[in-house]
Design a protein around this ligand. Structure first.
Ligand code: GTP
Ligand code: MG
Length: 231
């Protein structure tokens, strides 16, 4: 049984007249099915987070260094869920959340060095219960504003009393430096201005992202030099 079949079993019918975000938020607050779906996403996050922590431990033991600096996770809020469904013209229903959204469960992994990002990604996706649904490499192909990060949508099984369920989790992997830029840029509300409206601001932010990336590359080179020196 997959996550959608489980929902179909006893799907609470969301009233047709749910159109405003207030109505949606009120509905989901009292919906057992919505809570069940969110519980499943929370479990999926724990599964992936544990995998990452185990990899970090093992790497530390073998190479005396952590490839992961920090891991943060979040479940998308009902309001953000509503807004994304609306923005993408998807139906507003519980079924539609599971069908159409890939980032209800989100994990952000922050690594010291660029090479750590690819090491962590490789170690995670090579596990045989992790299926890759989507990859976006915004490090090789940065966004026009300079945003860099490696994004995956993975599908992983969780084990409930009713059986196995497959859940989608968005994993963003970036360096401390990329995270520094993205956090500040996010605070400045990256979705609230249009690239065409404020070209000068976008240009300045992009310049900062380029400088930060250059530093990331330099730091990695320095580490490699130290390695050679110690050999
Ligand atoms: P969203 O609707 O934002 O989820 O975008 P998407 O589904 O098209 O996926 P995308 O890979 O573009 O972005 C997913 C997530 O990456 C976002 O929710 C942010 O957390 C992060 N992200 C993407 N672009 C930017 C950016 O320009 N700046 C910052 N700070 N974060 C970004
Ligand atoms: Mg998102």
């Amino acid at each position: 049984m997959n996550e959608l079949e489980l929902l179909n079993d006893t799907e609470e019918i969301m009233p047709e007249n749910i159109i405003t975000k207030e109505q949606f938020v009120k509905f989901v607050e009292n919906s057992v099915k919505f809570e069940e779906l969110m519980m499943m996403y929370r479990c999926a996050i724990r599964e992936v987070q544990t995998k990452l922590e185990i990899l970090n431990d093992e790497f530390k033991t073998k190479r005396q260094r952590n490839p992961i600096d920090s891991i943060r996770s979040r479940i998308k809020s009902p309001l953000s869920i509503y807004e994304k469904l609306k923005r993408r013209n998807h139906p507003i229903s519980i079924q539609s959340i599971a069908d159409n959204l890939n980032d209800v469960a989100g994990i952000r992994v922050v690594c010291p060095f660029i090479s750590d990002i690819y090491d962590v990604a490789r170690m995670l996706i090579s596990q045989d219960d992790v299926e890759v649904m989507e990859v976006k490499d915004y490090i090789k192909n940065p966004k026009p504003n300079g945003y860099r990060s490696l994004h995956y949508v993975v599908i992983i099984p969780i084990f409930l009393s009713s059986g196995k369920e497959y859940m989608k989790v968005e994993v963003q992997i970036r360096t401390i430096a990329m995270n520094f830029w993205a956090s500040l840029e996010h605070q400045m509300h990256y979705k609230q201005f249009d690239n065409d409206d404020m070209p000068e601001i976008v240009k300045q932010l992009t310049e900062c992202a380029e400088n930060i990336y250059h530093t990331d590359v330099r730091m990695q080179e320095i580490r490699e030099d130290i390695h050679k020196f110690n050999e």
